[in-house]
Design a protein around this ligand. Structure first.
Ligand code: GZL
Length: 307
């Protein structure tokens, strides 16, 4: 593969440090902060890595600009979390022409030509959505029809698209569940609170809220309390990420369950980048192991959490 040969020759110029360009998607959630920290820490512990990290702050245009700057700087490997699935064909084709392999971290892309990226390191979001629905089926709060409000993450992002897909797939296999409203948020606490207030003020009191991440769930919890209702009791609240904030909400009885989405991808990203730079073959998909956490186990598990 010519790109590997070009990279190997570049390495001969400066065999010590391997330049890794990381285009961070943004800072919208506590999950994101833990993910960024994990990459920084893993790179700092490896003397062979020269990390160049830039934050796109939620803008796809900015993220494309950052990747173009990495190509101009002739980094050895590019790793990034595509904020949304589409719109990457041109810039990733430029990276391929420059002989720079691309690692997708956390979120996937939809491309005409899948040879434009080398490996994906992250979670199975569809399975995360299925796990949320399976927990709900096992803990059905009412015997009649269970009405659900869904708070979606960033429109067009893989986690939002795939968590919704997995959630609906399991619900359609079980009678007695109906999503009465599915609102598009952006993984922030503010969007969760605004959307939940809007739904409640329209007079629709669901039995369950399914938020695509903990930050939106925490916002929904605030909105539920503002309506004089008890989150976790009057309205079951479930989400994804299982961050420290979610554990605190579960210990307070306001959140019922959170599906883990592991942000600590740093070590796997650094290892994959170094393997790529030395021409080693690496798996196309590196999926992180995850589980779910509920109020019943939150007290026991909170002590072992790292984010
Ligand atoms: C999922 C990640 C999502 C988190 C959100 O892996 O992309 O983005 O679930 C974050 O908290 O904003």
């Amino acid at each position: 593969d010519p790109s590997l040969k070009q990279m190997a020759s570049r390495m001969s110029v400066n065999p010590k440090k391997m330049k890794l360009g990381v285009a961070v998607v943004g800072s919208e959630s506590s999950w994101r902060a833990a993910n960024t920290e994990s990459i920084k820490n893993a790179a700092a512990q490896d003397l062979g890595i020269d990390l160049i990290m830039q934050n796109a702050e939620g803008s796809q245009d900015k993220q494309i600009e950052i990747i173009r700057s990495f190509i101009q700087q002739r980094v050895d490997v590019i790793a990034f979390t595509p904020i949304v699935e589409s719109g990457w064909d041109d810039v990733l084709a430029e990276a391929k022409v420059a002989g720079i392999p691309v690692i997708l971290t956390d979120r996937k892309v939809k491309l005409e030509d899948d040879s434009l990226w080398t490996t994906f390191i992250g979670s199975d979001f569809v399975e995360e959505g299925r796990r949320a629905a399976r927990w709900l089926v096992e803990h059905k709060p009412v015997s009649g029809e269970t009405q659900i409000v869904e708070l979606q993450g960033t429109a067009g992002s893989a986690p939002a698209i795939e968590r919704r897909q997995g959630f609906e797939e399991v619900l359609t296999q079980n009678a007695g569940f109906r999503v009465i409203a599915s609102e598009v948020g952006d993984f922030t606490t503010e969007s969760g609170q605004q959307l939940m207030s809007k739904v409640l003020q329209q007079g629709a009191i669901p039995q369950v809220v399914f938020a695509h991440n903990d930050d939106m769930a925490l916002g929904a919890i605030k909105a539920i309390e503002q309506m004089g209702l008890k989150p976790g009791k009057d309205i079951i609240v479930i989400s994804v990420d299982a961050t420290k904030l979610a554990f605190q909400a579960m210990l307070a009885g306001k959140l019922n369950m959170s599906v883990e989405c592991n942000p600590l991808l740093g070590p796997q990203i650094i290892k994959a980048a170094k393997d790529l730079a030395t021409g080693k073959e690496i798996p196309v998909n590196i999926i992180t192991a995850e589980s779910i956490f509920s109020q019943e186990t939150a007290k026991r598990d909170v002590t072992t959490r790292k984010y």
